[in-house]
Design a binder for this molecule. Structure first.
Ligand code: SAH
Ligand code: SF4
Length: 386
């Protein structure tokens, strides 16, 4: 093992972990942890020598036992509409995608929590690639670190471009619980990114026991990927529904919000697929099913990928669906498909996963092999140079 791999990566450590490290491992004062935390996350520094208000002696000590290792960016693309996208290569050879989407008065970063996903939702390109591994907390917060640093020179105090984070990239965040909670803590930590808890959103397909666990340790905002108003249809689209049905899932979500002191509501995500889940009858059924869940509804036009088997509905169909929900008294938006020119928007990311379960190979075999393999190969060549 090289010396580097034995060093501890400070990037993913929340304030209390870092304070423990400074006091217990290094025998240093607690405030040193805050100093270093600010250098790493507020000024984008990854080199102890740049931390000019830290004594030389402590910098030398840190260099021996610790390091700050961000994810390796292998591809980046900045669109004229302000959208930015990064492909970050993670140790082990796989990559994840992170996307920044600017809107009026805010900038949202869509962050990945796992390489691939085991939950296999039928319309999701990440799910089709299978599961490879969890991201570490350094690899999760590293995506925000890379994004925040992309506007400025490291070392300087910075303008805040990223105002919101949504855990809607690759992976199911609640199945990588500890690392996601630690990194979301850094997002909200005043000495790091200082984002409001209202502006950090965890999106889940409904891992019910972990929703209750989250309520014990965090007060981030929560989004539920529902996609269907009844169990028969949701069982097909979101297989985890066979384990935790809609009633049980909404009960957990309600319990999560009931104990929050503020008036936040759940965001219900509903990916619209042509003639699958977009009929007027289903809109009426959805309005009934959500009756007891304080929520706003975000309709996401399906983002096609090769051999998905689904299509995006027409604007007319989506608006009809929206109107019915609005008439039922709901706050409903249809997500804008921003960043189309760079082939990326939140929740629609196609990474490069080598599936430990070999499920992606089976997926590719099951569809027309030549076409899919060719598409993948072309994309990889296009993206190889940075
Ligand atoms: N695993 C979590 C978070 C990542 S997916 C979850 O499922 O909530 C983030 C969002 O993108 C989810 O709402 C998901 O349903 C949606 N999504 C996945 N594939 C999509 C596609 N092809 N088109 C549109 N939305 C998609
Ligand atoms: Fe996993 Fe979310 Fe995709 Fe489902 S939609 S496969 S839970 S990433």
């Amino acid at each position: 093992m090289t010396q580097t791999t034995q060093k501890i990566n400070l990037l993913g450590m929340g304030l209390s972990s870092l304070e423990r490290f400074f006091t217990e491992e290094l025998g240093e004062k607690r405030f040193r942890a805050i100093q270093v935390l600010k250098w790493i996350h507020q000024r984008g520094v990854d080199n102890f020598d740049d931390m000019t208000d830290v004594s030389m002696a402590l910098r030398d000590k840190l260099k021996l036992v610790a390091e700050i290792v961000p994810p390796e960016v292998t591809f980046k693309q900045y669109s004229i509409d302000g959208t930015r996208k990064w492909v970050m290569k993670m140790p082990g050879g796989n990559a994840v995608e992170t996307v920044y989407i600017p809107e009026e008065g805010r900038g949202t970063l869509c962050v990945s929590s796992q390489i691939g996903c085991a939950l296999d939702c039928s319309f999701c390109s990440t799910g089709k690639q299978g599961f490879n591994r969890d991201l570490s907390s350094a690899e999760i917060i590293g995506q925000l670190w890379v994004a925040a640093r992309s506007w400025d020179e490291p070392g300087k105090k910075r303008d805040r471009h990223v105002t919101n984070v949504v855990m809607m990239g690759m992976g199911e965040p609640l199945l990588n619980f500890d690392n996601v909670v630690e990194s979301m803590g850094l997002m909200m930590e005043d000495n790091a990114y200082g984002l409001s808890k209202r502006r950090v959103t965890l999106s889940t397909s409904g891992v019910v026991p972990r929703i209750y666990d989250l309520a014990e340790v965090s007060d981030v905002s929560l989004a539920l990927s529902l996609h269907a108003p009844n169990d028969a249809l949701r069982n097909e689209l979101v297989p985890i529904n066979r384990k935790y049905g809609i009633a049980e899932t909404l009960k957990a979500v309600n319990a999560y919000f009931e104990r929050l002191p503020d008036k936040r509501v759940c965001t219900i995500e509903y990916t619209m697929m042509n003639h699958i889940n977009d009929s007027e009858e289903l809109a009426t059924e959805l309005a009934a099913v959500l009756r007891d869940t304080p929520c706003k509804i975000n309709l996401i036009p399906f983002n096609p990928f090769p051999n998905s088997g689904y299509e995006r509905p027409s604007n007319n169909r989506m608006h009809r669906f929206k109107d019915i929900l609005q008439q039922g008294g709901y706050n409903v938006t249809i997500r804008k498909t921003r960043g189309d020119d760079i082939d990326a928007a939140c929740g629609q990311l196609i990474g490069q996963v080598s599936d430990k379960t070999r499920r992606s190979e089976r997926f590719i075999e099951a569809v027309e092999l030549g076409q899919t393999a060719a598409t993948v190969a072309t994309k990889r060549t296009d993206r190889s140079a940075v």
